[in-house]
Design a protein around this ligand. Structure first.
Ligand code: FES
Length: 528
């Protein structure tokens, strides 16, 4: 079935070409099979091929086509959840290791860029954390003390961030952060992996992972070929091999980004973050690739919500634009609008390590927690050490099996939000009748005991699907701004015709008969 989705386009997708690779057509054997060609998967594959390991990368879509091309690519050791929170959850030693690992990740990216001569606009910049106008700077003082205890002695409280029109008030300066162009970076990794003998297959969706003889693992692809590997790395943003063990400790959020032209040099190149919840995150990208080279692109993100639980993307983009124009009055045209998914872990740090639920030699990287570029690089370093049987001081901190008692209240809140989504089985549909679905739009429709996800394409043809997510049975929801079906439970995403784009589901929504045009439904919404 052809894809009908019209997803948003990020600046990174628009300004770099990632190579097209072949689809896997036959079974094969290798030392390591990496599932997922985003930053975590490709960094792992790169570091393993540097050691001479035989590596095969499987990607269900295009290289970088998951969340890496939808990031804003802040390279930061200023942890989103704050160091005082990481210290509360993981102790002083844990906070130190977190600071060390994120700092090392930025250093490692810089080293790879240099070694492989990757033209990806990598730059060292400072990062500035500030509070909203009406908020006390107590948060900053607490964070400053915790950052120092974590070993980041150069973090300092300064009177204001270096912006001319935006009076941030006192802020924390985190020196030697970084930024880059993520898809250009991935293109460089791909070239190096292949030069070092690694093989990459796209449009090859992995399904099940099974134990095989002699400690090996089988990766079964949806189209038939089987990979036999000594080790398997699952780096699919949201793990495709996990039914519930990890997913109950993850919460999927959709975040929104705009790219606004500003005169070149009018905003100091740096990373900026406020402490709102959800917070704003800002950076500057030279717009040399665009049609107006005398401008920079101001990239502003925020307005997060639980995936599939809201469908008001246009309003969120409008709020972002309003905030941007208020704080950056030099803003000109909005050139880009895109959204991406963030997987929040229960305790502010990613899950990276051995996944014993899936087999003896299966490794996982998930729970980016809004720091996908550094967590993805930490995954590459840590997983290549574990596969190479080398000790790594970060192993326990990122262990996917950890249970952080102090995070239980947050976990319960997120879990309740997920469980509540199953009540969608009892409610009506989004529309009264199928004829109310506009061309280019979708809606969930009740038909007896069943719920259908129906998309009407631009020519008026209907594409009816089961609305039941093949992962664990939640009812999907239409995402108007991305033209996708999003699962509100664990964040699976499907294109308008039901083809899976993002896990944990690894199968498509079930297509149904098209003879449903006269279906009538009641409007019964949750809470009605
Ligand atoms: Fe888990 Fe849909 S992603 S039920």
């Amino acid at each position: 079935m052809a894809s009908e989705s019209n997803p948003s386009t990020s600046y990174w997708m628009d300004s770099a070409n990632l190579p097209e690779e072949k689809t896997l057509t036959g079974s094969l054997k290798t030392e390591v099979c990496v599932i997922g060609a985003g930053i975590a998967g490709l960094t792992t594959a790169y570091l393993l091929t540097c050691e001479g390991k035989a590596v095969v990368v499987l990607e269900g879509g295009e290289i970088g086509g998951g969340q890496t091309e939808r990031t804003t690519a802040h390279l930061s050791n200023a942890i989103d959840d704050r160091y005082y929170e990481i210290e509360r959850l993981h102790g002083r030693k844990g906070a130190k290791l977190a600071a060390q690992s994120h700092t090392t990740a930025i250093d490692r990216i810089e080293a790879i860029v240099r070694k492989e001569n990757i033209k990806c606009d990598f730059e060292r910049v400072d990062g500035y954390l500030f509070v909203p106008e009406d908020e006390s700077i107590r948060t900053l003082q607490r964070e400053l003390a915790a950052a120092h205890r974590a070993g980041l002695g150069e973090v300092e409280l300064i009177p204001r961030a270096p912006m001319t029109d935006f009076e941030t008030g006192p802020c924390l300066r985190f020196p030697r952060q970084g930024q880059f162009h993520p898809t250009k970076y991935l293109a460089g990794l791909v070239e190096a992996i292949q030069r070092q003998g690694g093989r990459i297959y796209t449009h090859t969706r992995a399904g099940k992972i099974q134990s095989a003889a002699n400690g090996a693992m089988h990766v079964l692809t949806n189209d038939g070929p089987v990979i036999t590997a000594q080790s398997v790395v699952v780096a699919t943003n949201n793990p495709i091999n996990d039914l519930l063990a990890l997913n109950i400790r993850l919460a999927a959020y959709r975040t929104y980004v705009i790219g606004v032209e500003v005169p070149s040099g009018s905003v100091e190149k740096a990373l900026y973050w406020d402490t709102l919840d959800p917070y704003h995150y800002v950076r500057i990208q030279p717009n040399a690739d665009g049609d107006t080279p005398d401008t920079d692109l101001l990239i502003v993100g925020g307005e997060d919500h639980r995936t599939g639980q809201e469908d008001d993307g246009d309003e969120r983009y409008a709020s972002l634009e309003q905030w941007t124009r208020e704080h950056f009055p030099m803003s000109q045209a909005v050139k880009f609008r895109w959204s991406g998914q963030v997987m929040e872990s229960m305790d502010g740090l990613a899950y990276i390590g051995r996944d014993l639920n899936s087999g003896p030699n299966v490794y996982i990287a998930t729970g980016d927690s809004g720091m996908g570029m550094t967590h993805g690089t930490i995954a590459g370093i840590l997983l290549s050490d574990l596969i190479g049987k080398r000790p790594n001081p970060w192993t326990a901190l990122y262990d996917p099996a950890r249970f952080t008692l102090a995070a239980v209240p947050d976990l319960a809140q997120e879990g309740a939000s997920t469980v509540w989504q199953y009540t969608d089985w009892l409610t009506g549909g989004d529309v009264e009748a199928v004829r109310q679905i506009e061309p280019g739009s979708g809606a969930v429709v009740r038909r007896g005991l069943k719920k259908l996800a129906i998309y009407r394409d631009e020519e008026g043809a209907l594409h009816p699907l089961s609305a039941v997510c093949p992962h664990l049975g939640c009812i999907v929801a239409w995402n108007t701004t991305e033209s996708t079906w999003d699962c509100p439970c664990h964040g699976s995403q499907f294109d308008a015709c039901g083809k899976v784009i993002n896990g944990p589901a690894h199968q498509d929504l079930e297509p149904l008969s098209k003879t449903i045009g006269s279906t009538r439904t009641r409007i019964v919404r949750k809470g009605a």
